[in-house]
Design a protein around this ligand. Structure first.
Ligand SMILES: N[C@@H](CCC(=O)N[C@@H](CS)C(=O)NCC(=O)O)C(=O)O
Length: 206
């Protein structure tokens, strides 16, 4: 059986949602990424990680999402087999994991970006991240105008990852106020039963 290692509210929410959408049984293991026991499993000290039977430990959220989509083709959460769709799915996963996620690094962990430990310096680093986040959120918001999904007109693994990222936007000072399409996208998925189950299991709200 597949086992997902997660920490609440992190990007591990994406494969968790996808497992719910797939609907096959899976195990869930809550971890602290820096915990020595977890570091034995995943020396990167990051979530998500996944074990599927004798697969060994697998990591990197986009690779895990594609693994799940390929393993369970009937769930139709991956590309539709056309070259254009392969590209669309890959480009959104690359943008989400390579641009959106890192834009939040200084927001969530300013101490990693400034030697000066004073509160005002840490706050200044955090505020710098708003610009990075705004750039990627604006791009996503413009793209989602009039759309409910990122790829094609159907639910895919990219939607699950986008949800996890947009959810982080609720921690911004103005929340999602400047991004009406992200707000709408978020609210629609927030109503999804699979998404609701993951949030209950992870003990997170909003
Ligand atoms: N490239 C990795 C990034 C994973 C990542 O940064 N995960 C965060 C949670 S969203 C984490 O575990 N952070 C712990 C840390 O950096 O100490 C992936 O896509 O899976």
């Amino acid at each position: 059986m597949i086992k997902l290692f997660y920490a609440p509210g992190t990007c591990a929410l994406a494969p968790h949602i996808v497992l719910e959408w797939i609907g096959e049984p899976y195990d869930l293991q809550k971890v602290k990424p820096s915990d020595p026991d977890y570091l034995q499993l995943n020396p990167l000290g990051q979530v998500p990680a996944l074990i599927d039977g004798d697969s060994g430990v697998m990591n990197q959220a986009d690779a895990l999402l594609k693994y799940l989509a390929h393993k369970y083709p009937d769930a139709k959460l991956g590309d539709d087999g056309t070259l254009q769709d392969v590209y669309e799915l890959d480009r959104w996963l690359a943008f989400l994991t390579g641009d959106v996620h890192p834009a939040f690094f200084p927001f969530f962990a300013p101490q990693r970006y400034a030697i000066d430990e004073r509160k005002e310096t840490q706050q200044a680093v955090k505020e710098k991240s708003y610009k990075l986040i705004d750039r990627v959120f604006k791009h996503l918001d413009a793209y989602l105008d009039g759309k409910e999904h990122l790829v094609g007109n159907r639910r895919t693994i990219a939607d699950a990852y986008a949800f996890a990222m947009i959810r982080w936007g609720n921690a911004l000072p103005d929340r999602l106020a400047d991004y009406p399409n992200l707000s709408r996208f978020y609210q629609i998925l927030r109503e999804d039963e699979g998404v609701q189950r993951t949030m209950t299991q992870q003990g997170i709200d909003q």
